[in-house]
Design a protein around this ligand. Sequence first.
Ligand SMILES: [Zn+2]
Length: 305
Amino acid sequence: MPELPEVETIRHQLQQKIAGKTIKSVEVRYPKVVHGMSATEFARAIQNKKIKDIGRQGKLVLIRFDGNTLVVHLKMTGRLLFHNPPHPSLTLREGVKKFPPLRVRPASPAKRGEGGAGGVTKSTEVVFTFTNGTVLHYDDIRRFGYMKIVPTDEEAKFVQKEQLGIDFFDKAMIFENFRDLIRSRGGSQIKPLLMKQSLIAGIGNIYAQEACFEARVHPLRKANTLSDRELKELHNALRAIMQKAVKYHGSSVDAFVDAYGQPGKFVPHLKVYGREGEPCRRCKTQLVKKNIGGRGTVFCPKCQT
Ligand SMILES: [Zn+2]
């Protein structure tokens, strides 16, 4: 599932590509993706509307119009793909191949028939066409994601209803607030606690493991036994790792691709996730994997205490 860095990658790319654009038409190909209203009402609500900006709360993408917000939850395999198709008249003209391709970037996953920013596939659920001819697709192979339109001034209420806590990149997430939030959960195990979206939104299975490793904290440690210094290290690690992951456009450990259909490039920088049995990068001890709170967790049994 995309976590904060992956969703932030998409938010940032969409901010560059679709903010300021006006939606010309909306084609809902899978009506169940729309929650709270019919597909027709959904299309009518945002047709001819201009996108003001793109926000994010935890793993939710918030596409804001004047007065309304389109909330998109990508869940496991949802993809928002920006596509800049060549003008139809160009493809008809002879010698068009002499011109450089008009696509923003080559959409290699699309060529393999996995979706990508190349065109409509059988997993395309919604097609947004903008007045300048560019297109945004919502694709979802497993169909768990959803879209919902809420009044922008009720965004906070919606987030609360979804039981989403404060976003880890929120400017209020300073160390003291992080420490108090973690300590408020008493004897809970730290790694599952970091992933608890109702407490802090955005941290998932990958980055919780990486942060525990970086801070040398055993993933089973109880929240109320962590010292100020350890919590400070965890807070620093989460920020540093996730900021770096955004720079690399996220980790594509599963089906994740960015808004251009390209996989993220952060996986080679992961130090424990997916590396069970390999030597610890700090002390060379063999990394172990344990099921913690229902999720596989890799850590170093020696230097994480
Ligand atoms: Zn180690």
